[in-house]
Design a protein around this ligand. Structure first.
Ligand code: SF4
Length: 452
């Protein structure tokens, strides 16, 4: 199959959330240590890996689309195809029975077995063995604490501080695909933060499916995030995704008070109606959520809140949807990520509640919330015109190589001209906002703003 004496070439595609991106970095590190190399060029690949997501219908469909494309490739040349991550875990029967072109299935706790399974598959033909390999057992202990992820260039390091989730929100597949909640040793996390700074990744985002329930011995999330913010060289610390049930005062104080911790909290609402929240098993009421949002703003009025919302969850009535609508009117989110409910296999909701809201009603509710939120975001952004904000330089703007793209610590994207004053990726500069849309701020770094 592969050319003798040439390291096997691996192409890896990642779907879904930031946790999957992080897992792909772990996979690269594990494979590199075992002699594999990576290629962006699919034509040159001996191995095609897809690191998959089972949360959203969209990511799920994309993976099936890619598999259909690979069928034709595999008919023309030898190729090992592997499906990793949440879909591998959740759909193992479906993928092994109905997709004979999938050789390797590895769930989120099985990445250490991947080098061995790939080596076996690559040599299977000459040894007369089956290429099939499976590692889909969930672990109560695996945190990959000793594996340093292989990061791309840039300033961003996403660092998983825990794996799995014990919350069992009824719509969510994560507790089944990623298993029970396990927190990493804080020493391992801090070592990874130091290594990230060393390689120039000075904006750290702490990741977890339920990041603020982190607990290891007497370390809780407030203690950990403060320790990370204090690591020399760290410029900014972000975190995602928290659950509204785990926001003690110490954590709110840490976010409000430490200059390196970004003034942005993603606070998933999902629904603003108590009956639906209970069906979703979210464990907070509408009032508790609104009280928390008010408390966050009381401690630091400038903290930006963003959220996730599901429209058309099982049996959601128009009146119950309007409760969500009114929360969005009340909270003044900087941004909201709004989705139609889509039933995921093996979840509590799939087993207990019929998915009975017509697709067009779900879509219409999504549109109404998007139409409500967009002008709120635009207004919040426009209120910043004339203000000078500290913006971290992250990359070239996608619009033009002559512009920089950066983010405020409230997570708003800012674009400005490179010709203003020289800058380097990773710098934090004062940028004066000249114009704003719902998507972006346009700014200028000039003598006025430097001294502002
Ligand atoms: S908190 Fe709920 S939505 Fe988030 S990963 Fe856990 S079960 Fe899923």
């Amino acid at each position: 199959m592969k050319q003798p004496n040439k390291p096997p070439q691996v192409h890896i595609e990642t779907f879904g959330c930031q946790m999957n991106e992080y897992d792909s970095e772990l996979v690269k590190s594990l494979l590199r240590k075992s002699g594999f190399e990576f290629t962006e060029d699919r034509e040159r690949a001996d191995v095609m890996l897809m690191n998959t997501c089972a949360i959203r219908e969209n990511a799920h469909n994309k993976v099936y689309g890619h598999l259909a494309e690979l069928k034709a490739v595999k008919e023309q040349r030898p190729l090992v195809v592997g499906v990793l991550g949440c879909m591998a875990q959740n759909l193992k029967e479906e993928l092994t029975d109905k997709q004979p072109l999938v050789d390797i299935l590895v769930g989120p706790d099985g990445y250490r077995q991947l080098p061995g399974l790939l080596t076996k598959a690559l040599n299977a033909e000459e040894q007369g063995l089956s290429r099939r390999g499976l590692a889909v057992d969930l672990s109560e202990y695996e945190t990959y604490d000793d594996v340093l992820p292989e990061r791309d260039e840039g300033i961003n390091a996403w660092i998983a501080i825990m794996r799995g989730c014990d919350n069992f929100c009824s719509f969510c597949v994560v507790p089944y695909t990623r298993g029970r909640e396990r927190s990493r040793d804080p020493e391992g996390v801090l070592r990874e933060v130091e290594a990230s700074v060393e390689s120039g990744h000075t904006q750290i985002t702490l990741l977890g499916q339920n990041v603020n329930s982190y607990r290891h011995g007497d370390w809780d999330f407030a203690r950990l995030i403060l320790a990370v913010a204090e690591v020399p060289g760290v410029q900014r610390v972000r975190f995602t995704s928290p659950h509204p049930k785990d926001f003690p005062g110490a954590l709110l104080d840490a976010v409000a008070g430490h200059p390196n911790i970004c003034k942005h909290i993603h606070l998933p609402l999902q629904s603003g109606n108590d009956r639906i929240l209970e069906l979703m098993n979210r464990t907070y009421s509408r009032k508790e959520y609104l009280d928390l949002a008010a408390e966050i703003r009381r401690r630091h009025p400038a903290i930006a809140l963003t959220t996730d919302i599901i429209c058309g969850f099982c049996s959601e009535t128009e009146e119950e949807f309007l409760d969500t609508y009114r929360v969005v009117e009340e909270v003044n989110y900087h941004a909201a990520y709004i989705f139609k409910y889509s039933e995921r296999k093996n979840t509590i909701a799939a087993r207990k509640f019929p998915d009975d809201i017509p697709e067009e009603v779900k879509g219409e509710r999504v549109s109404r919330l998007v139409d409500l939120q967009r002008p709120i975001t635009a207004r919040i952004n426009r209120e910043l015109i004339g203000h000078t904000l500290p913006v971290m330089v992250e990359n070239n703007s996608k619009r033009s190589p002559d512009q920089w793209m950066g983010r405020t610590d409230t997570n708003i994207t800012v674009i400005w001209s490179k010709s203003d004053i020289p800058a380097t990726v990773g710098d934090i500069h004062p940028i004066t906002v000249l114009d704003a849309t719902a998507a972006v701020l346009m700014g200028r770094r000039d003598a006025t703003s430097v001294n502002a």
